[in-house]
Ligand binder design. Structure first.
Ligand code: ADP
Ligand code: MG
Length: 238
């Protein structure tokens, strides 16, 4: 579970080709980080994996099934966006429960999942507050919690820490790494922060203008960047 395979994936918006022949095989439990300049197609790629955008060509398979042939719930994916997208009129607890309550899940299980996520993310103290009463870092943890309660086989995270200040970014990054260790889910993570990429990733995918420029472990990219562009992104002297 949690294996994602992209074959010749293309995506255009009208005449604008945003993704061009993306080929990538993400293994179950792998932490893959996408980096690349603004506008290179990172968010679009995540959205196509999530099934929020249809591909214009090629295909995406999740655990051997084509993305567009399984329902959203069966895909086992949960997405965390850069803007937290919490419901402002609901408490933290209600935000976490939302989505689970629409399923047929027993109440006891919903409560258990929420409590578990709250413990993991250390947000127990403000479960009855509304998002407006929380700091940016707290809100982002709630957004991550909302993904955790769904127990996805893969998390799709689009610049989840970019709205946090430097100190919180570092601590939340460490929490995310610990979380990955505990859950063992596949993580697909977009960032423009090299340090995040280098510390979190099993493999880094460097994108440029809708294409994959290079894929490798942080060490491989650091030691053997394919070109100046990759070196520039990874921060290696070249
Ligand atoms: P990134 O996340 O790497 O910054 P995006 O995937 O958001 O890049 O965007 C890639 C390109 O696709 C940009 O040129 C953007 O303007 C364009 N784009 C993204 N979504 C749409 C859309 N729904 N309609 C038209 N163009 C889009
Ligand atoms: Mg983006």
């Amino acid at each position: 579970m949690g294996e994602i395979k992209l074959t010749d994936v293309k995506k255009s918006f009208g005449a604008l080709a945003v993704l061009k022949d993306i080929d990538l095989h993400i293994k179950d439990g792998e932490f893959v980080v996408f980096v690349g300049p603004s506008g290179c197609g990172k968010s679009t790629l995540l959205r196509t994996i999530a099934g929020l955008e249809k591909v214009s060509g090629g295909e995406i398979q999740i655990d051997g099934k084509r993305v567009n042939e399984v329902t959203a719930a069966d895909r086992g994916l949960a997405m965390v966006f850069q803007s937290y997208a919490l419901y402002p009129h609901m408490s933290v607890r209600q935000n976490l429960a939302f989505g689970l309550e629409n399923s047929n899940m027993p109440k006891a299980e919903i409560t258990e999942r929420i409590n578990e996520a709250a413990r993991m993310l250390e947000i127990e103290a403000y479960m009855d507050r509304r998002p407006g009463q929380l700091s940016g870092g707290q809100r982002q943890r709630v957004a991550i919690g909302r993904a955790i309660v769904r127990r996805p086989t893969a998390f799709l995270l689009d610049e989840p820490l970019s709205n946090l200040d430097a100190e919180l970014r570092v601590s939340t990054r460490a929490e995310l790494a610990a979380l990955h260790g505990r859950l063992g889910s596949t993580m697909i993570y977009v960032t423009h922060d090299q340090v995040e990429a280098m510390t979190l990733a099993h493999r880094i995918v460097v994108m440029r203008a809708g294409q994959i420029e290079q894929v490798g472990t942080p060490l491989e990219l650091y030691n053997e960047p394919a070109n100046r562009f990759v070196a520039g992104f990874i921060g290696a002297p070249h």
